[in-house]
Each structure stands twice: as C-alpha cells, then as structure tokens.
Design a protein around this ligand. Structure first.
Ligand SMILES: [Zn+2]
Length: 101
C-alpha cells in the first residue's frame, strides 16, 4: 500500500516538474503530491549510498509556486531557488540552513 502511494507521489512530482505540463497542471500535481505526503505521513529521506538531496542542484528562477523540498512552505513564482529537474527545489535560505547543519 505504501509503495503504491510513494509511486503515485513520484509520478505527481514528475508531472509537477515536467516542462511540457501547463502551469495549472504542474501546480495541481504539486499540491496533490504534498497533500498526499501529509495525509499518509510520508517522510522525505536521502537514498542510501545515493547522492544527497542538495547535490547537482543549480540556481534557477521558478515559473510557478510550489512547495520547498526542505520546509514544505511554498516558494513564489519568479523566486530564485536551488533546484534539480525531476526532484524539485528549495528556498535559498533553507539550503543555507541545511548545509550549515
Ligand atoms: Zn524552504
């Protein structure tokens, strides 16, 4: 059951970050992904032996609002964030805090 939910959340995140998706589709997919994560009490963790969440990220200006990967509060459209295609993005301030920890 949980594996199916995780797969669904991964699909929603992929749609939210798909450059071919409309802004409305991306926003809705991001919202449903986040509400599903909260509803089922899922937690985000780094894969064992895999690259840390914040590696291979780059600064970019967002096209739409979506939840920050680190604090889950939304960043604004046009805001500069640190992100990775297919994964998501985080506020620059949240990244600074995470890297200092
Ligand atoms: Zn944040």
């Amino acid at each position: 059951m949980t594996a199916a939910i995780v797969t669904r959340v991964e699909q929603l995140i992929a749609l939210a970050l798909d450059p071919a998706a409309s802004e409305a589709e991306a926003r809705t997919a991001a919202y449903v992904a986040c509400s599903t994560i909260r509803q089922h009490g899922l937690t985000l963790t780094e894969p064992r032996g895999g690259p840390p969440l914040l590696e291979r990220t780059r600064r970019c200006r967002t096209r739409f609002s979506a939840p920050c990967l680190l604090c889950l509060r939304p960043y604004s459209a046009g805001e500069t964030v640190l992100g990775r295609p297919g994964v998501g993005a985080a506020h620059l301030a949240c990244v600074e805090i995470a890297r200092a920890a």
